[in-house]
Design a protein around this ligand. Structure first.
Ligand code: ASP
Length: 437
């Protein structure tokens, strides 16, 4: 009889140091009564550090590049030393040396395609973490096989946000992973990365490892996926902004998609669809208390409105634009605005229009004001307002609305039957600081 298949995803925080890796190995050992595919992110904040290294490369700052690369190498070797003590694993050490030689050589890369180059550097985080974990599992007498996700997860060449080629990916996972599971191997692979048709490495977008777990689960028709986190499950608000968070025991795939769409950061937004398509339940559990129940995300919807959820997005900028010739905002100029906005690659968090003005909210990052200005200023008067926050309440009532809007100026609000959204400013900093570009 074939065994159940589980896909586990361990994020950066769950493998941030040697103790964390020991804990991961223990969780794996506790679940070896089923087939396991383990999808792992880069250790701790490694992806951010690799991005810093990438920026040093872009800025042609060799000394920052060298210094940051050396620090990252030391970080990984420290973890290895703490894991293996005075019985070092030469093969692993050799591997890490080679990867860092490749990272050092990266400085000589000559290409103008920043996204392509990014994808050739940043995945080292996942490659390093999975190598370390694989060798540690072997050392702990767990039959682990290291699988290069780039052989299985096939994508287009849309670097930094690649789209999965599902038929090819499913076929590769069947060919490469299923035989390993049959031999009772624990398969350890990387989140976040894949490869294009020409075999160049691609990535699925920041925080994309959850999605990788969903992809593997879909392809092998797993019985369940568990995302191991440093929180007890999915909470009804981010504990950074909220004191009395409540754990959601059970929500539907649909609700999880809604929450991640509005910005809840617990699960990568693309993760749910493949699981929903094959009806594979997803658990979000604590790696600190692995025996506790966590949250289950599955098909049934009856508990979705049991607890209101709050999603906060800080540091928002609200743009209001008006056609310079005072023409009405109708389909024609709206489509012109959308076309121009889509070229900036910036994402609209909420929007609204009136007869003469169109307002939209964006994350205030990457010179967004400049980008919007140059995209629109020829034809439109562009005004903007910074220092705002967007609050979304799922399953709201008056009490929850009063709670989030208390002592705030409401600049924009939208309500449906299940969702209320507010763009809020501090009473002093809102409308009176409106700027025109
Ligand atoms: N390491 C990647 C990131 O930090 C992918 C992931 O962790 O999901 O974005």
């Amino acid at each position: 009889m074939s065994r159940d298949i589980r896909v586990f995803k361990f994020g950066g925080a769950s493998v941030k140091d040697a103790d964390a890796v020991v804990n991961v190995a223990e969780i794996i050992r506790q679940h070896m009564d089923t087939d396991l595919i383990i999808v792992v992110s880069a250790m701790g904040k490694t992806t951010n550090k690799l991005e810093d290294i990438f920026n040093a490369f872009v800025n042609k700052d060799k000394s920052a590049f060298d210094q940051k690369t050396q620090a990252l190498k030391q970080f990984h070797f420290d973890i290895v030393e703490n894991l293996f003590g005075n019985a070092p694993n030469r093969e692993l050490q050799q591997c890490i040396e080679e990867y860092f030689d490749e990272i050092n050589d990266f400085y000589e890369q000559k290409s103008d395609e920043a996204s392509y180059l990014y994808d050739q550097l940043i995945p080292y985080g996942e490659i390093l973490s999975t190598k370390i974990i694989h060798y540690y599992l072997l050392n702990s007498n767990i039959n682990s096989t290291w699988l290069d996700a780039r052989k299985c997860i096939k994508t287009d060449a849309n670097h930094q946000n690649a789209n999965v080629n599902w038929p090819l990916t499913t076929e590769h996972i069947h060919n490469d992973v299923t035989p390993l599971l049959k031999k009772n191997q624990v398969v350890v692979s990387q989140g976040f990365i894949g490869s294009a048709e020409n075999n160049s490495t691609t990535t699925l977008g920041r925080e994309g490892s959850d999605y990788s777990a969903g992809i593997f689960a879909y392809a092998v028709q797993a019985n369940e996926v568990i995302i191991w986190k440093d929180v007890p499950g999915m909470l009804n608000a981010d504990p950074k902004y909220f004191e009395d968070t409540v754990k959601l025991e059970q929500i539907s795939f649909k609700e999880a998609i809604e929450l991640s769409y509005y910005g809840a950061s617990v699960i990568h937004p693309k993760t749910i669809k493949p699981l929903q398509n094959k009806n594979i339940p997803l658990y979000v559990k604590s790696f600190i208390q692995p025996e506790s129940k966590g949250t289950i995300i599955q098909k049934r919807t009856e508990n979705d409105d049991a607890i209101p959820s709050f999603i906060f997005k800080k540091n928002q900028v609200l743009f209001s634009i008006m056609p310079k010739d005072f023409s009405f905002l109708i389909e024609e100029n709206l489509s012109d605005i959308f076309l121009k906005l889509s070229k900036t690659n910036a994402h609209i968090n909420i929007m609204q229009n009136s007869a003469l003005s169109f307002s939209f909210l964006m994350d205030n990052k990457s010179d967004i004001v400049e980008k919007i200005k140059s995209a629109l200023e020829n034809d439109y008067i562009v005004k903007y307002n910074t220092n705002l926050e967007l609050v979304t309440i799922r399953h709201y009532d008056q009490k929850t609305i009063d709670f989030v809007t208390r002592e705030k100026e409401i600049l924009l609000e939208q309500k449906t039957r299940s969702t209320a959204r507010f763009v809020l400013g501090n009473t002093e900093t809102a409308t009176n600081t409106i700027k025109e570009v």
